[in-house]
Design a protein around this ligand. Structure first.
Ligand SMILES: C[S@@+](CC[C@H](N)C(=O)[O-])C[C@H]1O[C@@H](n2cnc3c(N)ncnc32)[C@H](O)[C@@H]1O
Length: 443
């Protein structure tokens, strides 16, 4: 980035702060136009693997472009790092980066995304892998929960690929080729690609559109005889190029690491990070584990029987058993007013879900405040919700919690929403999270 551009960003950020301190009005912004040089979605390894509700790259790129919010060689933390969007932008900006995420798939993506491996090395291994995968025959039995999603010949090819990838001894390469394998799994399954959570592709869904219905029927037919190994090769080649684009772009000694599986327990010392930049989950809008369970299974990251348990670590989850639900509150005054009304109107489960979300977020925010250096900045990207048709101002509740804890609110920005990927149908139709809030605090 040119010096002129950096000076402009510094001026703009100072301007936001001054304007907000005057009257406390949130400032409308558009991160797409603020960073016009990032017009293309493809940037380094950001698109190496799909994942729901990724953060717009422009946001970390913009905030890390100057030393206003983080010193040049400071440490950046994203306690809800997902696929490592923040971590990658941090290392590209010359800073070390730490992340945490409860979804093992997110951790796997982050690790590969932020690691350079020379193209020649990967190409040589790919040639060997493809040859071996064509020769090996594996006769493995799969549970019905898995066979239901793939044609028999697809299962055989996936099995062969999985075996030869597992045999790799170079761990960095193994992580790369396993992640490419994970990408192919969803593509060759019977899951509807337009829905983030695996749902069987059903042509009848398109009965009002005969052309689309026919198209889906044909696609399902093709999936009976798909050349998985060829598809895998295509994905690997594209990803090898993505990794190659990192060549020489990450300074010697600058690294990104996933340090924890839980934002509530980071396991790092007090006051050890210079900046926190994160987009936490929304209440009830995310189904990260449900969206990734097929990938997690094929990557051997979770056993089918352990998926339920894994979901429990996910903040913002929706699936509570009836017996778990009770009338609980968050001790955030404005939120509790809404919760009270919800309980009074019989919306016990929804109220419990969001109260629990806020209570879990409070613990995560406590942990973030603990590890942030005094004088360090915390940037949170979050939207609002409606719960049972009532406005639920998550950003406002989290702000008041942090301010009560002694964090100094510098400014609030508002941008249009980027992705509806993981919202439930209910949230979509209620047109809920329509804007994203960017909250900037100083400790
Ligand atoms: C909005 S996404 C983050 C997306 C990320 N910024 C990206 O660009 O890929 C929120 C993430 O929070 C994670 N998460 C949920 N509960 C968590 C917890 N207790 N600790 C850490 N991460 C958690 C989810 O797995 C999900 O990846």
């Amino acid at each position: 980035m040119t010096e002129k551009k950096q000076t402009n960003i510094k001026k703009t950020l100072k301007g936001y702060s001054e304007a907000f301190q005057k009257d406390g009005t949130p400032i409308p912004v558009n991160f797409r136009t603020l960073v016009p040089e990032l017009k293309k979605a493809e940037r380094f390894t950001h698109l190496i693997h799909s994942y729901p509700a990724k953060l717009l790259t422009n946001i970390p790129y913009y905030f890390l472009a100057t030393d206003i919010l983080c010193p040049k060689n400071g440490i950046v933390l994203d306690p809800f790092c997902g696929t490592g969007t923040v971590l990658l932008e941090a290392v590209l900006s010359g800073r070390n980066a730490w992340g945490a995420d409860s979804n093992p798939l997110a951790e796997a993506i982050t690790k590969v995304k932020t690691n350079f491996i020379p193209k020649k090395e990967l190409e040589e291994t790919l040639t060997v892998l493809l040859k071996q995968a064509k020769q090996v025959t594996v006769n493995r039995q799969y549970p019905d929960a898995i066979t239901a999603w793939f044609a028999p010949s697809t299962l055989k090819q996936l099995s062969a690929l999985q075996t030869v990838i597992n045999d790799l001894t170079n761990e960095r390469q193994k992580a790369f080729f396993a992640l490419c394998f994970s990408s192919v799994v969803r593509k060759v399954s019977f899951a509807d690609p337009s829905i983030s959570v695996p749902v069987h592709w059903n042509p009848e869904r398109f009965s009002a559109n005969p052309c689309r219905m026919e198209e889906v029927r044909n696609k399902l037919q093709q999936l009976q005889n798909v050349n998985v190994i060829m598809k895998y090769e295509t994905i690997c080649k594209a990803n090898i190029d993505r990794v190659e684009s990192l060549n020489g772009r990450i300074e010697e000694g600058v690294t990104a690491s996933v340090i924890s599986k839980d934002a509530r327990q980071l396991g790092i010392p007090d006051e050890s990070v210079d900046m926190i930049l994160t987009s936490p989950p929304y209440a009830g809008a995310q189904k990260y584990i449900r969206a990734s369970w097929l990938n997690l299974y094929w990557l051997n990251l979770v056993k089918l029987e352990d998926i339920k348990e894994l979901k429990k670590h996910n903040i913002g989850r929706e699936d509570y058993r009836k017996g778990e639900v009770y009338e609980c509150y968050s001790e955030i005054e404005a939120a509790d007013k809404v919760l009270k009304e919800l309980y009074a109107n019989g919306y016990k489960e929804r109220a419990f879900l969001v109260a629990n979300y806020l209570n879990e977020m409070k613990v995560a925010l406590d942990e973030s405040c603990r590890v942030l250096k005094t004088g360090g900045h915390m940037v949170i990207v979050i939207g609002n919700n409606t719960v049972c048709k009532r406005q639920f101002d998550t950003q406002d509740y989290l702000t008041s919690y942090l301010v009560d804890k002694g964090m100094h609110l510098q400014y609030k920005l508002i941008d249009d929403i980027k992705s509806y990927g993981l919202m439930t149908k209910r949230n979509k139709t209620a047109n809920t999270i329509s804007r994203e809030w960017i909250l900037v605090f100083k400790k």
